[in-house]
Ligand binder design. Structure first.
Ligand code: ALA
Length: 563
């Protein structure tokens, strides 16, 4: 039992030898750089690909999946942004306290213990590697849209994931461009290509140009008749759409990994995270509003809905030559811009996964072999190749919606753990610290307790099981956390404190749980299977080989024994 709960102290984490890049980097990044970094990581397949399906509903609904949200997908974007805002504040607290790469995995190691850290590391594979599968599939779809524009579309058997080929009566198919792009990226990454600040800024500019162009050109052709059926399936549609478009926001958490290179992290990290979230949210609201105004939401269930929306407008009767010319040009820019932007997202995600494997191997939870660095290129080549091959093969046969939902549920689970870990760390440190609790804590604790009647009301009047389960799961948690906090002594100040704890972290937990509950049961089954495999691997390997089994003086860092 002790093994499962053993933790790495914050001091120990800070004193560990670096992975790549390493500690002691210059603190050069300001708030604006972090916002650019965030936008670079956030905008991608989510807005380019999932908005259409969120609005149009899952292809096999009502048999499975979610009903159409229609134009109310805009509301889903707002709700998910609020949930991410709560989590961003918790991430910022951890990132300024433990400013090293590793993200939620590291935070969990410092608070919840080794088993939880392993589960989070394992779970983050869903965010990075499975997320990359989705981005690769979306890249391939926009690439094919480009080929269509120049009159050379690929045959369906080379662009359809194997999983869909049989369903669609095409027989044996594969998604060849998705396979090839991932393999190409893998070669680049093994050879040490890294995203530079200049490249990231270029990517951000391209993404913004594409989205602004879509909004600017599209707004002139919005037909308000398309908004009449604003929320065809009410709350249920909004909830299901939120569970899928959450993908569009993933990436703000990646800013936390730049903490060590950030000037005045306690101020700039929260600004960077919240700032990039606000900018992306405004853009997403505008893009999804315009998209669902250009054509009926029922027609948007394609893999490249922005291109579809522009194509549909071009079919309207009576458009002038000039209008057709503008729309056609916009279509080109959107498609080429999407291919470019998604290539950059692939690079970021594919660089992130090996780093997590690397951190886990360094901690002894995976074989040391995973932490091997290439003698010439100085890159973690074993994990890069392994990730690349797995992602490439999966991208060639998997269906994008299933992949996105799995990635989302895994990422949301990590967010819940980060919010919970903030509470736990503050509580633990508060108890050690002694003294009288500050009035602000008591006020937030009372607000947390006031959530209980609200949740009970929501649960009792809920129309969907997802709402009901969220409400009733969170009620005992709110009572427990609120009561503990009422008498909690003051915790030592962090460089940055998520405000109104425990209220904000609790709201993060509640909203992320609600988003997870929007996933269909198939996603839950896949998620639990994934976690179960992870737990088995931990008991068979990680528990015995963890470096925390070594005597304190042989552990990496300054030999501090776990607290
Ligand atoms: N937010 C990233 C995207 O949409 C994952 O591609």
């Amino acid at each position: 039992m002790n093994a499962l709960l053993r933790i790495k102290s914050v001091t120990q984490l800070l004193s560990e030898p670096p992975e790549e890049g390493g500690h002691g980097l210059k603190r050069v990044l300001g708030a604006k750089d972090l916002i650019a970094l965030g936008i670079g990581a956030i905008i991608g397949a989510g807005i380019f690909a999932t908005t259409g399906e969120a609005a149009a509903g899952s292809p096999n609904w009502p048999a499975s999946g979610h009903p159409p949200a229609g134009p109310s997908v805009v509301i889903s974007y707002i709700l998910v942004a609020i949930a991410c805002g709560f989590c961003a504040l918790c991430y910022a607290e951890f990132a300024s306290l433990i400013p090293i790469a590793g993200s939620a995995y590291t935070y969990a190691y410092a608070t919840l213990g080794e088993l939880a850290a392993w589960i989070i590391g394992w779970d983050l594979i869903l965010e990075y590697a499975v997320g990359n599968v989705a981005v690769a599939i979306s890249w391939s779809n926009y690439f094919n849209s480009f080929l269509k524009l120049i009159g050379m579309p690929l045959p369906a058997m080379l662009i359809t994931p194997t999983a869909n080929g049989f369903k669609e009566g095409l027989g044996l198919t594969m998604n060849l461009p998705a396979l090839l792009i991932v393999l190409f990226m893998t070669v680049l990454l093994v050879r040490g290509v890294r995203e530079s600040v200049t490249f990231n800024n270029l990517v951000v500019v391209v993404k913004l140009v594409v989205l602004f162009l879509f909004i600017g050109v599209g707004a002139g052709y919005v037909d308000t008749a398309n908004y009449v059926d604003f929320a065809p399936h009410g709350w249920e549609g909004i909830h299901g759409a939120a569970a899928i478009i959450f993908f569009a926001y993933i990436g703000f958490d990646a800013i936390s990994t730049a903490a060590e290179e950030t000037e005045n992290p306690s101020k700039n990290l929260p600004i960077g995270m919240i700032g990039s979230l606000v900018i992306c949210t405004l853009l997403y609201i505008a893009v999804s509003g315009v998209m669902t105004g250009l054509t009926s939401y029922k027609l948007l269930g394609t893999a490249d809905p922005m291109a579809t929306a522009l194509e549909m407008v071009q079919k309207r009767p009576g458009l002038s030559e000039a209008s057709l010319g503008v729309l056609h040009a916009a279509n080109y820019v959107v498609v080429i811009g999407a291919v470019f932007s998604l290539t950059a997202v692939l690079l970021v995600f594919q660089m992130g996964q090996p780093r997590i494997f690397f951190a886990m191997a360094r901690d002894g939870l995976l074989p040391k072999f995973f932490a091997r660095v290439h003698p010439v290129y100085q890159t973690p080549y074993v994990t890069t190749i392994l990730t690349g091959v797995l992602v490439a093969v999966s991208a060639s046969f998997m269906d994008i919606s299933a992949v996105i939902l799995l990635c989302n549920i895994g990422t949301l689970f990590a967010f819940v753990i980060v919010c919970g870990s903030v509470l736990l760390l503050r509580y633990r440190d508060g108890v050690q610290h002694g003294g009288d609790g500050p009035p602000a804590y008591r006020l937030s604790a009372i607000c947390t307790l006031l959530l209980v009647p609200l949740l009970a009301f929501w649960g009792l009047h809920a129309h969907t099981n997802g709402d009901r389960i969220t409400a009733f799961l969170c009620i005992p948690l709110c009572i427990w956390v609120g009561l503990l906090w009422l008498k909690l002594p003051k915790a030592p100040d962090r460089p940055f404190n998520a405000p109104f704890a425990p209220l904000i972290p609790m709201l993060g937990i509640i909203t992320c749980t609600w988003l997870m509950m929007g996933s269909p049961w198939e996603t839950w089954v896949r998620f639990f299977l994934w976690l179960a495999v992870g737990v088995v691997i931990y008991f068979l390997y990680g528990m015995k080989n963890s470096v925390l089994n070594l005597p304190a003086e042989q552990q990496p860092g300054i030999g501090i024994s776990p607290e």
